[in-house]
Design a binder for this molecule. Structure first.
Ligand code: NAD
Length: 419
């Protein structure tokens, strides 16, 4: 959490809906329905740790809305996971799937744990037991998890295997972000980071800033931040800073991204290797003068306190919910161009959809086909959001919410109310 300020992400997500409600032309009951989740499951379950002792963990699976298709959303392993965080992330998944026009609803899951202090065996046991505990909600037509913070293709493989054992046959379509060998899609691992870069490129084009030499700062170097850094670098941008949860590296002339990430992977931390590099804190990184700032870690990093000091021209939100509504107002007044999370990081759910489609049809698409379709969908999403922003004279986040929530509300209206 930035600057020790406790912000409730679910309150933040509901406030975003309130802010755009006036553009949606919906009655108060429909707005209330959209602000509530559909199903919530809390589980407390035992895991046998390596020392033989039982430890009880708490996990959550929340489905926010399924009007447009099966519930879809990642699973997070983190000590700070709680019900309101999972609710907010589920709601953002609903809007995101709608913004990129993918026929999924929104869900999210998480387990309160610190995987950095657990062995691989313990993480496997936790994953399998958690999958069993929430299995009544899961299924290719019901609810399809994916990776999120501290979960990866191996964790998805254990989810798929456990669910398949329960069913008695292989069910690859129950989860996305799987290893390629188990029905994962080519291009899924890179999809979210690539989507962030594709939408950043559109924003740079719109603001007439060339990508060659554009200065980019990235908070977080996991699946989203690390992949985005490598793609920005390949396209000729200067990645001037990158960080993990502890600290970051900075070089105003551009870091050697590949080397920095290889070092981080090997030694689990960033260390300055040349005299041109300096260490910086996550707060300093967020406040750097740059063309593109990519928050790609966790929620509530850009808040009321530090927003006035943000100097980026564009913020492309790789993370979910990195900017609070209060900070948004300040950034809008400053003229910062925001590519909001429900657009910028929509590449993950898009290629998850491709993976699910391939699993259901038992087909394998080439990487070229996946990337080509991903690029077109992300560019279309950006254009649709920008058009609404320009025509209604509202910021990009409000435009994305109007587009996403509007599509979900229309699907709900067409389906009607039962009984
Ligand atoms: P990850 O676990 O691969 O990486 C997370 C990164 O954030 C790591 O580098 C970690 O060191 C850093 N980090 C964690 N806590 C931090 C803190 N307090 N301050 C600074 N850095 C911190 O996770 P990821 O999959 O890359 O997810 C990152 C964000 O992107 C999350 O908000 C997630 O919800 C969102 N997201 C991920 C996907 C996906 O496909 N993986 C899709 C859409 C959105």
């Amino acid at each position: 959490m930035a600057q020790n300020e406790k912000i409730n992400p679910f309150e933040m997500a509901k406030k975003q809906v309130d802010i755009v409600a006036k553009y949606l032309n919906l009655d108060s009951g429909s707005i209330e329905k959209l602000k509530n989740t559909k199903r919530e499951l809390i589980v407390h379950f035992p895991v046998q740790m390596d020392d033989g002792k039982l430890k009880i963990f708490t996990g959550y699976r929340v489905q926010h809305n399924v009007a447009r298709g099966p519930a879809k959303g990642g699973i997070r392993y983190h000590p700070d996971v709680d019900l309101d965080e999972v609710r907010a992330l589920a709601m953002w998944m609903t809007w995101k799937s709608a913004v990129v026009k993918i026929p999924f609803g929104g869900a999210k899951g998480g387990v309160q744990c610190n995987p950095k202090e657990m062995s691989l065996h313990e993480i496997e046991h936790l994953t399998r037991r958690f999958t069993w505990e929430i299995s009544m909600m899961l299924g290719p037509e019901q609810d399809i998890p994916a990776p999120d913070v501290n979960t990866n293709p191996q964790v998805m493989a254990w989810i798929m295997d456990t669910f398949s054992i329960l069913k008695g046959y292989s069910v690859p379509g129950v989860v996305t972000g799987k290893p390629i060998e188990l029905g994962g899609s080519l291009g899924r691992f890179e999809a979210t980071g690539r989507g962030v870069v594709i939408t950043s490129l559109e924003a740079l084009k719109y603001l007439k800033i060339p990508i060659e030499g554009a200065k980019v700062a990235i908070q977080g170097c996991g699946n989203v931040g690390g992949i985005a850094a490598m793609h920005f670098d390949r396209l000729g941008a200067k990645v001037i800073a990158i960080s993990d949860s502890q600290k970051g590296l900075y070089n105003e002339n551009g870091l050697d991204v590949k080397r920095a990430l290889e070092y981080k992977a090997k030694y689990k931390c960033f260390v300055c290797e040349t005299k041109n590099e300096t260490e910086i804190t996550n707060q300093e990184l967020l406040e750097l003068k740059c063309d593109v700032l990519v928050p790609a870690a966790i929620e509530s990093q850009i808040i009321e306190k530090n927003a006035p000091r943000i100097k980026a021209k564009i913020i492309a939100e790789g993370a979910n919910g990195p900017t609070t509504p209060e900070a948004d107002e300040i950034l809008n007044d400053k003229g910062v161009f925001i590519v909001p999370d429900i657009l910028a990081n929509g590449g993950g759910v898009t290629v998850s959809y491709f993976e699910w489609v391939q699993n259901l049809q038992e087909l394998i698409w080439s990487e070229e086909e996946v990337l080509d379709r991903l690029t077109r969908i992300m560019q279309r999403g950006f254009k649709e959001v920008l058009d609404i922003s320009l025509s209604k004279k509202i910021p990009m986040r409000a435009a994305a919410l109007v587009l996403g929530i509007g599509r979900v509300a229309e699907a709900s209206r067409l389906r009607g109310l039962y009984p």
